[in-house]
Write a protein that binds this ligand. Structure first.
Ligand SMILES: *[C@@H]1O[C@H](CO)[C@@H](O)[C@H](O)[C@H]1NC(C)=O
Ligand SMILES: *[C@@H]1O[C@H](CO)[C@@H](O)[C@H](O)[C@H]1NC(C)=O
Ligand SMILES: *[C@@H]1O[C@H](CO)[C@@H](O)[C@H](O)[C@H]1NC(C)=O
Ligand SMILES: *[C@@H]1O[C@H](CO)[C@@H](O)[C@H](O)[C@H]1NC(C)=O
Length: 415
């Protein structure tokens, strides 16, 4: 009698379980289970993948709920640091993932630093779940590089690829630390990698062009030139540090930008360093921050609402900060003649900003860069010009009225 009851209960339980499986497990739950299989491999193989699904970090403190949310996604994006993704371990992981129904795709791109193609994106693809892994390479001491994404056709048909900042262009990121939550690594909240990715577009300096330039115009190896280049790099690094601290974005402008674009280096006869800054990021603390850092304010031209320009002296090198103003279909910065009060305007086509590495420093440059260079230096920018007059030579300079004498004390300050 007792045994019969047990059997009956067992029968009902089994029946309920099976019908639950058949009736209630639709495609979405299958995806969930694929995710579970993925996650158990991730955990047991101890793959140092850093999840970029950071929007989920705040949603739930409950691990079950959290993984449930992740399991609903069709594409999961992860980052892996190059030093943590050896080819050997990859082969091992590949086998494991194939057994649970993933296919592995690898896309490569050119790393100019090592002049060979390197792996930049892995895709583990299943019809229900695509795991996209971006490989971040250390470049310079504080930055990480992500190669561009070349879409092979077989990948398109097999994978669910998101069109986002990780697949749209090569990127440059700051090194970041990680935290663990619900057994998954994430970038620590100090670095918002998704926001950074939207502004991560990286442009490599064109070393071919630099070589061509130097073969025609050999670099100045004199002690004076070498010393100037070293000091100029130091000035850029220091100024970058102060501006980064103040969260003021800047870009290489004028001769410094031309040096990067044409020869991937400082132009040694230029005698100064030039940065551009959009006026909307101007902060009054800027001057005191530079002064505290040992820069000496040399002159202030214009005012924040019009043609603002700051020059600092650091040793025997001058650093110019040119403030740029937005118009509907162009941008401009101003110039002021300190003896006559004559105002000038330098007109540039609209541009956005991209990252580059200049003398191993992570800095921004206008992009596309060529129209910016051509506006400022004309189409003959490849030819070195040593006799450059700031208010006559640039093709994009135009006069812009004269400061009223009453304003001179404010708009022409020389220290
Ligand atoms: C990646 O490798 C570095 C050493 O190269 C190690 O310190 C770090 O813990 C590794 N990261 C992860 C997430 O395992
Ligand atoms: C998570 O919450 C913290 C504070 O509650 C907030 O500062 C942070 O921006 C949030 N992160 C995301 C990705 O929403
Ligand atoms: C991805 O989106 C960008 C704009 O955000 C667009 O320019 C590009 O053509 C898109 N790529 C694909 C493959 O759809
Ligand atoms: C680099 O410069 C060379 C020579 O000027 C040019 O032919 C080439 O297209 C440039 N490469 C890129 C990626 O712009």
């Amino acid at each position: 009698m007792k045994r019969q009851l047990i059997l009956k209960t067992l029968f009902i339980a089994t029946f309920t379980f099976i019908s639950f499986q058949i009736l209630i497990i639709p495609a979405y739950l299958e995806r969930q289970s694929l995710y579970s299989r993925f996650f158990s491999l991730y955990s047991s193989l101890q793959i140092p993948l850093i999840s970029l699904e950071v929007d989920l970090l705040n949603t739930s403190n409950n691990a079950g709920q959290f993984h449930h949310e992740l399991g609903k996604r069709k594409t999961l994006t992860y980052a892996v640091l190059k030093e943590n993704s050896s080819t050997v371990s990859l082969e091992k992981f590949k086998l494991h993932f194939e057994t649970i129904g993933f296919k592995l795709f690898v896309t490569k791109s050119l790393n100019n630093e090592v002049k060979t193609k390197v792996t930049s994106h892995y895709f583990l693809c299943n019809i229900d779940l695509t795991v996209h892994i971006v490989v971040l390479y250390p470049r310079s001491s504080k930055s990480l590089w992500l190669g561009d994404f070349v879409l092979p056709s077989d990948l398109k048909n097999n994978c669910n690829i998101k069109n986002d900042s990780f697949t749209s262009y090569p990127g440059l990121y700051d090194r970041f630390t990680t935290v663990q939550k619900h057994k998954i690594l994430f970038p620590s909240s100090k670095y918002n990698i998704i926001e950074a990715s939207k502004r991560s577009h990286f442009i490599e300096c064109n070393y071919t062009r630099a070589e061509q330039f130097y073969s025609k115009h050999p670099p100045d190896k004199s002690e004076e030139a070498v010393k100037f280049n070293r000091k100029a790099r130091q000035i850029i690094a220091r100024a970058k540090h102060y501006l980064d601290d103040l969260n003021i974005p800047f870009w290489l402008s004028s001769g410094t930008c031309l040096g990067w674009f044409r020869q991937c280096d400082i132009i040694s006869y230029s005698k100064d360093v030039d940065f551009g800054i959009n006026i909307k990021y101007y902060k009054p603390e800027l001057i005191s921050a530079f002064e505290r850092g040992g820069f000496f304010l040399k002159h202030v031209f214009g005012k924040v609402t019009d043609s603002y320009e700051l020059s600092f002296q650091a040793g025997d090198i001058k650093l110019d900060l040119f403030f740029f103003y937005d118009e509907d279909d162009y941008m401009w910065n101003g110039g002021t003649h300190h003896e006559t009060g004559q105002k000038y305007q330098y007109i540039f086509p609209k541009f956005s900003l991209c990252w580059t590495l200049f003398l191993e420093l992570k800095v921004q440059i206008p992009c596309p860069t060529l129209p910016y260079i051509e506006a400022n230096y004309g189409t003959t920018w490849l030819e070195p010009v040593k006799d450059w007059r700031w208010n006559e030579s640039p093709p994009n300079v135009r006069t812009n009225g004269v400061w009223s004498k009453l304003e001179w004390d404010d708009v022409i300050q020389i220290y």
